[in-house]
Design a protein. Structure first.
Lengths: 115, 119
């Protein structure tokens, strides 16, 4: 069966360092992968999308890589700040079980940036 | 601009009662999704509406769950005979995604959810 896994439930990092979050998937070759941020009590907010033919995507202090051979995406936040503390979710289209493909989310990694 | 709006933000109900959760999507978005998020769990897909097409109901956990989307805009998720395991945050999202595969990677815009507590 298809699975999407974020292999760290929580990550603590010192302010100013680079945070690296991992998203792995199995038994699938997605055309793209998305990353979202979720703050407590709020819905997820879209951050970045990367396509299968793109190795890397950047947006300000954010960088996403996509390795279709390893079936893995890495999400980096450089010069991390306490305001970056949140849960980060990766998502990709997967078979919903009825033959249709819906955006499926990992369980997320809770990032805490310590001042 | 206006985002996705969900109401109520919190709902406490007794076991066995029916509840209705409402979602107002972003104007012009043809795709609408419902997800459920339980404590410590990821987002669980429930149902997807795309324009006038038949909805994808493959994620609904039981026949106590149903959803409608009237006039291609507002959606209501109904849970009948609520159970304690239904307690969760119910999230609605809309997207400009259409039936054209080139739009499949359109990001989702989420509301802030309805926190449902069944006592």
């Amino acid at each position: 069966s298809q699975k999407i896994e974020q292999n760290s439930e929580a990550l603590n990092i010192q302010e100013g360092k680079t945070a690296t979050l991992t998203c792995n998937y199995t038994n699938y070759s997605p055309a793209y992968l998305q990353w979202y941020r979720q703050d407590p009590g709020r819905g997820p907010v879209f951050l970045l999308l990367i396509r299968e033919n793109e190795k890397e995507k950047r947006k300000e202090r954010l960088k996403v890589t996509f390795d279709t051979t390893l079936k893995q995406s890495l999400f980096h936040i450089t010069a991390s700040q306490p305001a970056d503390s949140a849960t980060y979710l990766c998502a990709l289209d997967m078979d919903s079980g009825a033959g249709s493909y819906q955006l499926t989310f990992g369980k997320g990694t809770k990032l805490s940036v310590i001042p | 601009g206006a985002g996705v709006s969900q109401s109520p933000s919190n709902k406490v109900t007794e076991k066995g009662k029916d509840v209705e959760l409402r979602c107002d999507p972003i104007s012009g978005h043809t795709a609408l999704y419902w997800y459920r998020q339980s404590l410590g769990q990821g987002l669980e897909f429930l149902i997807y509406f795309q324009g006038n097409s038949a909805p994808d109901k493959s994620g609904l956990p039981s026949d106590r769950f149903s959803a409608e989307r009237t006039g291609g805009s507002v959606s209501t998720l109904t849970i009948q005979r609520t159970q304690q395991e239904d307690s969760a945050v119910y999230l609605c999202a809309s997207s400009p995604r259409t039936g054209n595969p080139s739009s499949y990677n359109s990001p989702l815009h989420f509301g802030n959810g309805t926190r449902l507590t069944v006592t």
